[in-house]
Ligand binder design. Sequence first.
Ligand code: BGC
Length: 721
Amino acid sequence: MASNQTKQMERQAKQYWNQARELTASLTLDEKVGMIHGASLFQTKGVERLGIPPLVMSDGPMGIRQEFYPDQWKAMGLTDDSVTYLPCNSALAATWNRRLAKEMGNVLGREARGRGKDVILAPGINLKRSPLCGRNFEYFSEDPYLTKEMAVPFIQGIQNWDVAACVKHFAVNNQETERLWVDVTIDEEALRTLYLPAFYDALKKGGSYTVMGAYNRLYGEYCCQSQYLLGDILRKEWEYDGVVISDWGGVHDTEAAANSQLDIEMSVTYDFDEYFMANPLKQAIEEGRIPETAIDEKVTRILVLMMRLHMMDGKRKSGAYNTEEHRKTALSVARESIVLLKNKKGQLPLPAKGIKRVLVIGENGVCVHANGGGSAEIKALYEISPLMGIKKCLGGNVKVDFLPGYCSNLEETDNGEINWQEASLESGHKDRESSGCQEGNAPLPFEKKAGKNREDLRKKRDQLREEAVKAAPFYDQVIVIGGLNHQYDCEGADRKDMKLPYEQDQLICQLLKVRPDTVVVLLGGSPVEMGEWIHNADSLVWCWYGGMEGGTALAEVLYGLVNPSGRLPESFYKRLEDCSAHAIGEFAKEDQVDYREGIYVGYRYLDASQIEPEFCFGHGLSYTTFSYHNGRLVKEGEDWYLSCLITNTGNCHGSEVVQVYVRPSVPSKEGGMELFQELKGFEKVELKPGESQMVFVKLDGNPEGKRIAVGASSRDIRMLL
Ligand code: BGC
């Protein structure tokens, strides 16, 4: 049966390629050129006389972006382009739940189709090499295995709906500083061990129909026209036959692009006919400088993509957006993404009965985040803030008050001038001041405009803090909700440090002094330093940009309606220097970044250097407890499994993420360091109180001759085989 299906698929593929080649042969040069570059900001040209439609693309990972004018970075201001706002990819990764990844992909694909899109520019799967990368919230993890395990079902979900995923940004796009030209050098072994596997699996196992090149350079070549990346690796070695799309403005040269394996050039400017792969290419072909055959393969691949998506045969699935079902998925992902980092005295869950007054403190309690972050911005149908979630959960008989406690300057970031994406090529978007991102050292233009200076802001923050600290003793429960926002987790610039912005450390410290039972909730796409107050906090909850139902999910976790089951998909360092890229001073440099740390990124570095993180990779607590027994390795056919018996030993329903780390039995010295362990398998299992289950964790690779560590996090190992 399976082989019949494979044969049928092979026949179909052959048919597509033959038809596409024939079609290509019947196209004029103008028509072909029209298909391989942006004819508007998110669309190529079709060929009407032959029924070839344009290819319509849209950002992004957290939902389908609002409509822009075809030739202006200006939102059309429609009333029908609000969508389901999904949790960010870091949140999805924190669920460690492949089924949810598929479900979320299904939502994204179905909404993309519902909005008439052909290609959804997601997911972003770059590795989190540093906690400072501005786009970390769009990415999954510091670990290639976790990234690929979550990205593959996500892509399959998207493509169920006859919409193409577009995995991005290929490759080593791990910083935003000077992202348009920074040149990465890296030892090939590290490139292949850490930075390429997720792309390989996304394309080969996930079957992503398209891939987006990165802005930056690798070994001196721009990724979007790189012979090495696109030619040698992608096409020759991986035999990838999908469509390669440039990042917006990632092409730099007509000849190099035409002769590379790039298929479509997209950009941010409005001079569509002047794109490198538009008139300049046509002219070069007419003058015989570039052979016309160089673009035939590109066009053929685009036509095959259209056939795969059933864009021309009348058999295409229809989609839908803003459905009840989609909102439920957004909520399920948000629930499972929340990570309970600390619960020392079992203070959480908070009682919802017998209390009269709750005080929520912190701007993130009321802040909504959908419409920020860069190209990942979403016009959400709605977004439940944490405060609304808490009020909704407590239901009116409890008085829930809010005090800001600190303030950002978010309200002034939109200065109404040109869209950052429009200006992104000139400025390289390196300048946060043009993006409205983050507080630099100098006053930002919008602050000046609003007549504010740092002194005024400081005074305002002092006042807000005092007000909150003064009020805190008079409530039954105090919850402070802080963290980052899209001034910091933002495309086009990196954070400058790992500190909590807006003087939140002072606020939390002072609150913990007057109310040691203050529940601390932080939200963000990357870790922050917590050293100033963490030892005094009994409970700490981490949530990411949780989508439209993020506030609902948080309240459910705080009040015990949902037992938290998120696990950190990245290390939460104590200090920035504990991250290898920073330890060697190789991050956010302007021209060249040398990834000299090799494979020692994230927990690989922390483990090898015996550095204690604040919270380790894989960490996350539950309101119940689990025991691990009877671990053994099982081989079935070519596949290896770790089987073990997991029991819920506590008294509430909960989910455990069984994590399997493989350790070399003979220490292997690489780059002068010793590789300690690597994540090679995980499985999430849901158990009632007292229930036991045999869990089979499929392992990546052959573990023979190695030691197997099984546990609840990278540093909470329960069994060593
Ligand atoms: C980003 C891409 C995005 C594209 C289109 C670029 O600035 O790097 O991730 O898909 O813009 O908005």
